[in-house]
Design a binder for this molecule. Structure first.
Ligand code: SAH
Ligand code: SF4
Length: 444
C-alpha cells in the first residue's frame, strides 16, 4: 500500500486542479492560517478544521482539497474515520497505520476536537453529570446514568430550547444555538473517554462491533462485553427534532459499525411532539421514539407543553401510530411527568389508557416523578398518587415508574440548565410570552 501521496507535486496538482497557475520560484509559507469555513463546523481561531462530526466523505473531500489525490484522500479518510470514532484517539500521532511523515501534515491542518469539560460531578447514586463548553464558549450538559444491566448517556441537542414546557428547567432558557454534529457525537466520545471504554485491541474491537451491530440481541446482554455505556437517549437539553439534520448525522456516526458502533435499538430520541419531523426521524434515523405526552386533555397539555397548541394530542398520537419501525418489539415510550393536582388523577390515567388503545399504539409508559428546580411552578405528585395512577395504567399497558436519578447534582430530567441564575416570575412570564408568540407565528 503506498503510504502518502503528499508531496509538493501533490500540492501543485491541487492548485492546478483548482484552476490556479503554479507559482514559480520560492513561495513563503503562510504563517497565519486563515480560519477554514467548513459547513456545520465551528470555525477555529487557528485556522485548522475540527474533524469530529464529519462523515468519511467530507473528510475525504477536505483531504483532497488540502492536496491529496482522490484515491489517497479516500483511503486516508477511511483510516482516520476509524481512528476517530472507533478507537477514540485524540492525536494524529496515535494513528499507527498512517505514515509517520503524514501525521504532522494532518496535525497542521486538522484537529480532533472534543467539547471542553468545565465541570464533572458525581452523584451519590453513581449518576455523573458533565458541564461542557463549545469552542465558541457556550455551556451545555450531558449525564450518564449507570444501572445494573445498562448504562445510559443522556445527550443534549441544543444549548437552551425554543420551547417552554412549564415543568422543564431548560424551558426557562432561550435557545442559544443548535449543537453541531461534532458537539453531539463529541458527547458520546467524551463519555467513552471518561469511562475508559474505547476498544484497545483486536478482540475488544471484534466484541464492540458485534455488540453494536447485532440487532437481534436481547436487551441487557450488551454489557456482556463489559461496557458501561450501552444506551443513548436524546433527552438532554433541547428539542432534537428542531435540530434534525445535525442529530441525524451525529447518530449516523454513533450507529456506524466502523464508528461508535452502537445499535439503533439502544438509542432513543425524545420529542415534545414535533409532528412534521417524526416520520423523517423513523425513516432517516430509525431509532426508538419517546414522546413527551405529559397530559391527556387539550387544556392541560396546552398549559404544560405549549407546542400542543400547534400540534395537538390526537394528531400526535396518529403520528406515533404511523411511526416507521414501531412494533410490539419496538414500542414507543410515552413520557408522563407526575405533577401534583395537575395531570395525576385516576381519570387522567384512564384517559391515557383509552387514548393509547384507541390508536392501537405499541406503547410503553414512563411515569416520571417531577424533578423540582428553584422557582418551578409545580410539585411532584405524592408517592400514593403515583402508585394509584400507575396501577390503572399498568392494567392497560406496562408503566414502570422511573426512579429519579442524580437529583442531588441537578442531573435528573428537566433539571438541566447551565446558567444557574434564577429568573423572577415577571422575567419568566416575558420569556414564555416571547416563545409562545414565536410558536404562534410559526404556525401561520
Ligand atoms: N425536548 C425533548 C427531550 C429533552 S427533555 C422532549 O421534551 O422530549 C427529556 C424528558 O424530560 C422529557 O420527557 C421532558 O418532558 C422531561 N422533563 C423535563 N423537565 C422535567 C422535570 N422537571 N421533571 C421530570 N421530567 C422532566
Ligand atoms: Fe424543551 Fe424538552 Fe424542556 Fe420542553 S421538555 S422545554 S421541549 S427540553
Amino acid at each position: 500500500m503506498s503510504e502518502t501521496n503528499l508531496s509538493p507535486a501533490g500540492a501543485d496538482a491541487a492548485s492546478t486542479a483548482a484552476g490556479l497557475m503554479p507559482i514559480p520560484g520560492h513561495v513563503d509559507p503562510m504563517t497565519v492560517p486563515r480560519p477554514t469555513l467548513v459547513e456545520g463546523v465551528t470555525p477555529r481561531e487557528d485556522g485548522r478544521t475540527d474533524l469530529v462530526g464529519l462523515p468519511r466523505k467530507r473528510i475525504a473531500e477536505l483531504f483532497e482539497a488540502a492536496g491529496l489525490d482522490a484515491k489517497a484522500a479516500k483511503l486516508r479518510a477511511k483510516q482516520v474515520f476509524h481512528w476517530l470514532y472507533h478507537r477514540g484517539v485524540t492525536e494524529f500521532d496515535a494513528m499507527t497505520d498512517i505514515a509517520k511523515t503524514m501525521r504532522p501534515w494532518l496535525a497542521e491542518r486538522f484537529v480532533i476536537g472534543r467539547p471542553t469539560i468545565v465541570e464533572a460531578q458525581h452523584s451519590s447514586d453513581g449518576t455523573r453529570k458533565w458541564l461542557l463548553r463549545t469552542a465558541d464558549g457556550h455551556d451545555f450538559e450531558m449525564v450518564f446514568i449507570p444501572d445494573a444491566d445498562r448504562g445510559t448517556l443522556c445527550v443534549s441537542s441544543q444549548v437552551g430550547c425554543t420551547l417552554n414546557c412549564r415543568f422543564c428547567h431548560t424551558g426557562t432558557m432561550r435557545l442559544v444555538r443548535n449543537l453541531t454534529v461534532g458537539e453531539i457525537v463529541g458527547q458520546v466520545m467524551l463519555a467513552r473517554d471518561a469511562l475508559g471504554e474505547w476498544p484497545k485491541n483486536a478482540e475488544d474491537i471484534r466484541l464492540a462491533t458485534m455488540a453494536g451491530l447485532d440487532d437481534d440481541e436481547d436487551e441487557g446482554s450488551y454489557s456482556a462485553d463489559g461496557r458501561l455505556l450501552t444506551n443513548i437517549v436524546m433527552m438532554g437539553m433541547g428539542e432534537p427534532l428542531y435540530n434534525f439534520d445535525n442529530v441525524r448525522d451525529a447518530l449516523g456516526i454513533v450507529m456506524d459499525g466502523d464508528g461508535l458502533a452502537l445499535s439503533k435499538r439502544r438509542i432513543t430520541l425524545s420529542t415534545s411532539g414535533v409532528i412534521p419531523q417524526m416520520e423523517r426521524c423513523g425513516q432517516e434515523i430509525g431509532v426508538n421514539l419517546a414522546v413527551s405526552l405529559h397530559a391527556v386533555t387539550k387544556d392541560v397539555r396546552d398549559e404544560i407543553v405549549p407546542i400542543n397548541k400547534k400540534y395537538g394530542i390526537e394528531d400526535l398520537l396518529q403520528a406515533c401510530a404511523d411511526y416507521p419501525g414501531a412494533s410490539n418489539a419496538r414500542r414507543i415510550t410515552f413520557e408522563y411527568v407526575m405533577l401534583k393536582d395537575k395531570n395525576d388523577s385516576d381519570e387522567d390515567a384512564r384517559e391515557l389508557v383509552r387514548l393509547l388503545r384507541k390508536y392501537k399504539l405499541p406503547a410503553k409508559v414512563n411515569l416520571i416523578p417531577f424533578n423540582p428546580w428553584p422557582g418551578a411552578p409545580y410539585e411532584c405528585s405524592t408517592p400514593d398518587r403515583i402508585r394509584a395512577f400507575s396501577n390503572i395504567v399498568f392494567e392497560g399497558i406496562s408503566a414502570p415508574v422511573r426512579t429519579p436519578r442524580g437529583r442531588d447534582i441537578d442531573a435528573a430530567c428537566g433539571q438541566l440548565k447551565t446558567a444557574a441564575e434564577k429568573k423572577s416570575r415577571a422575567e419568566l412570564d416575558r420569556l414564555y410570552a416571547e416563545k409562545d408568540a414565536a410558536l404562534a407565528a410559526e404556525a401561520q
